[in-house]
Design a protein around this ligand. Structure first.
Ligand SMILES: *Cc1c(COP(=O)(O)O)cnc(C)c1O
Length: 364
């Protein structure tokens, strides 16, 4: 039986050829290719500074270091996010304050955020879940009013736009990831983008063991360097980003039109003027969800339930004080990510829609 994967990186022969050239030419660690990759990102996102690193988690950690986050600092973290958003705060021994998600966007709930801010809050972290920008205008208002810095885990939203501005310049620093299942990939990789020269200077130092001048270490850093082999792949991948996102938008349009009468399809607020469609997520009643997943799987269709809420993770469950997250629990129990990737045949998209419709017809 034919299998339809949930995601599928798009790497061409010419990408591999460029990587081969870099390897055989001799300079394989961080160098010129990394710089070119950074300047491509900077131009695309219209931000002043870009610091490429070895993965997305490193970029988040480096941002917290640059902002001097310390033990017991209260940090706002979305409950609905990938584990790394929480882990980097935990590594600093900061106090995580989890915030419930919004019912329909999976992004941080502005209402719950307002409730959880205190005079001890040192930082607000948000995540553009599934590639959908958070409501930056509202959250920036809260951040300014309370004089709390705001940063974003934008790992999934490269190429998305908020009110016609690409994600990357809305907050003090945005973190991106180029992991294999992201819209463009360097296998492992990440980048911080910022318009703050102060943060930029710290980040380039932190990325390279806190070094300023050879073997002169002025602050605590780490080895978070990108390398030129992966940056070469990044340069090649970057040329395709709009093609990839436009294609995914076409898939999403078909899913939306065929499925909107049978399941809950993604809700796009007006401020989302472009969606990267990292994931396409539908919602079905809890009692049918796992059965639908099995049914699709039997038909060769791979699906995913994305990240369990942070407060349910065994490591955090024991440590965090009790709080309620009704929206993130409900989302987690009812969502399914459907396959969406560049060059996925449109007949497969239609096949998936028909299978979902068949299943729900039989089980209403
Ligand atoms: C992919 C991702 C990251 C970073 O992952 P790395 O594997 O470290 O590159 C962080 N947050 C979210 C929401 C992600 O999807």
């Amino acid at each position: 039986m034919k299998k339809i994967p949930i995601a599928n990186p798009y790497i061409e022969k010419s990408d591999a050829e460029e990587v081969r050239k870099t390897i055989t030419k001799g300079w394989i660690t961080m160098g010129k290719k990394t710089e070119i990759f950074e300047s491509m990102l900077s131009e695309y996102l219209n931000v002043k500074y870009v610091v490429a690193m070895n993965n997305g988690t490193s970029t988040l950690d480096a941002i917290l270091s640059a902002l001097n986050i310390k033990q017991n600092d209260e940090i706002i973290v979305p409950d609905m996010t990938y584990i790394s958003t929480a882990n980097v705060a935990e590594y600093k021994k900061a106090k995580l304050i989890l915030v419930d998600c919004d019912k329909s966007t999976y992004n941080i709930s502005v209402k719950d955020l307002i409730k959880k801010i205190s005079n001890k809050t040192k930082l607000i972290m948000v995540t553009d879940m599934k590639g959908m920008p958070v409501d930056y205008k509202e959250i920036i208002k809260i951040s300014k009013k309370n004089k709390i810095p705001l940063i974003a885990d934008s790992a999934e939203s490269l190429g998305s736009s908020y009110n016609n501005v690409k994600i990357g310049s809305q907050t003090l620093a945005h973190s991106f990831s180029f992991f294999a299942n992201k819209n463009i990939t360097t296998a492992e990789g990440g980048a911080v983008v910022t318009n703050s020269i102060k943060i930029y200077k710290k980040l380039i130092c932190i990325r390279n063991q806190g070094q300023k001048g050879r073997y002169n270490h002025v602050m605590l850093g780490n080895n978070y360097r990108m390398n030129d082999i992966l940056a070469t792949l990044g340069i090649q991948q970057f040329k395709k980003i709009d093609k990839i996102i436009n294609y995914k938008n076409k898939i999403a349009k078909i899913y939306n039109s065929k499925l909107q009468n049978v399941v809950m399809v993604p809700h796009l607020p007006e401020y989302v003027t472009r969606h990267s469609w990292y994931n396409y997520t539908i919602r079905v009643p809890k009692k049918l969800r796992n059965r639908l997943i099995n049914f699709l799987s039997k038909n060769g269709i791979e699906t995913r339930i994305s990240f369990p809420p942070i407060h349910t993770q065994p490591y955090y469950k024991k440590k965090l004080s009790k709080s309620n997250f009704p929206n993130s629990i409900d989302a987690y129990n009812t969502m399914i990510d459907l396959p969406i990737w560049y060059k996925m045949p449109m007949k497969d998209v239609n096949f998936i829609c028909n299978k979902v419709i068949n299943f729900l017809d039989k089980n209403r």
